[in-house]
Design a protein around this ligand. Structure first.
Ligand SMILES: *Cc1c(COP(=O)(O)O)cnc(C)c1O
Length: 362
């Protein structure tokens, strides 16, 4: 039996999504051009961004699209402020700095949500900041940052917002009709429940139109990639055709499920089933419940905890979990996302007790 992946991704996918990968597609064939058009239209539709934003998929994992966005959206002389409360904020800053951009950072503890008032104050004090980057759900802990409030202070200050929505897109609400964001960045294999191999950016059309010839990279150039699609509907370089087919199937299934709101309900039910089981065993959330998103959950390791033993006991029972990623303190993480439901977490609950006993025996 293949195990269920209770991780931040890649995730358990529906068999229909995996079956969509059984066909070959000619990348320049009209059928695949139509599939690509459907992909782009559905991606922007998930965030209600059709009036303002364009979807630019790009080959690679999520980090590739972060790198493409930093290289395409920032010009020489721009200054990026990165809001950091975990490893993915750090990664965004490292990417932009590595590309030679002027990067400032504002940091919070890993257990604290970003404070929009502090962002407003920093922007007021530094008029040279042109862009702000924020991670919506910080996968390090599973913390939900206040995206709408951050977006409002950034817009009020007249700066552009870049959102790493990798862990939230498709489940948590992102409405581009009301959320002022220059770019939303995400990937195929998280809450959209596709297979790994594609990142994508939803970029404000007017912003992207100013970004010609800016990226120093040929392949990681969101403007050129966009222009390629606009010119003939084709990908500039070999597309991962099976991954595209699987993601389109996954997006059709998202719509059939009832969209992001219904998906969030399922993930929330998964989370609540998991939390009840874990708390009954004396396990504690690392974060305050108020900032814990129902995406990936960090638990504090109990005394004398051996993660490897715990991991293998759960894997034998059919569940793959994830190590912790905290800079301080021992922890482990269990994902609530993917093609999994509360019944799966009830089965997990039964496996948790013996795994915990095995993992805490001195
Ligand atoms: C998954 C993820 C990424 C991208 O990671 P890849 O391994 O490149 O797909 C970026 N940011 C966040 C918050 C993520 O959860």
């Amino acid at each position: 039996m293949t195990p269920l992946l209770l991780t931040p991704g890649p995730l358990t996918t529906d068999p229909a999504v995996r079956r969509a990968m059984l066909d070959d597609w000619g990348s320049r064939d009209p059928a695949f051009i139509a599939l690509t058009a459907e992909l782009r239209q559905r991606l922007v539709g998930v965030a209600n961004g059709g009036a303002s934003h364009v979807a630019v998929p790009i080959q690679g994992s999520g980090t590739y699209v972060l790198e493409a966005a930093a290289g395409t959206l920032l010009a020489r002389g721009d200054r990026l402020l990165v809001l950091i409360n975990g490893a993915y904020g750090e990664r965004m800053a490292a990417i932009a700095a590595g590309l030679g951009h002027d990067v400032e950072t504002l940091r919070w503890d890993e257990s604290d949500a970003i404070d929009p008032a502090a962002v407003a104050a920093r922007l007021a004090g530094d008029p040279a900041i042109t862009h702000v980057a924020v991670v919506h759900v910080e996968t390090t802990t599973g913390l939900l940052n206040p995206l709408a409030a951050v977006a409002d202070v950034v817009a009020e200050a007249g700066r552009l917002l870049i959102v790493d929505a990798m862990a939230s897109f498709g489940a948590l609400p992102i409405d581009l009709a009301t959320l002022p964001a220059a770019a939303i960045l995400a990937s195929s294999n998280k809450c959209l429940e596709g297979t790994p191999g594609l990142g994508f950016a939803l970029v404000d059309r007017a912003v992207l139109a100013t970004c010609a010839d800016r990226s120093a990279s040929m392949s990681l150039d969101l403007y050129a990639q966009w222009q390629g699609f606009e010119a003939n509907g084709q990908w500039r370089f070999t597309p991962p055709v099976q991954v595209v087919a699987a993601l389109v199937e996954a997006l059709r299934r998202l719509e059939a499920e009832g969209g992001s709101a219904a998906r969030l309900e399922r993930y929330t039910a998964n989370f609540e089933t998991l939390l009840a089981a874990a708390e009954a065993l004396g396990l504690e959330l690392y974060l305050d419940r108020a900032v814990q998103a129902p995406i990936i959950v960090t638990f504090r390791s109990p005394p004398h905890f051996m993660f490897e033993v715990f991991y293998h006991a759960l894997a034998e029972a059919g569940f793959v979990i994830y190590p912790g990623k905290l800079t301080r303190g021992d922890s482990f993480r269990i994902g609530c996302i993917g093609a999994v439901r509360p019944g799966d977490f009830q089965r997990l609950a039964a496996a948790l007790a013996p795994a915990l006993v095995a993992a805490t025996q001195a």
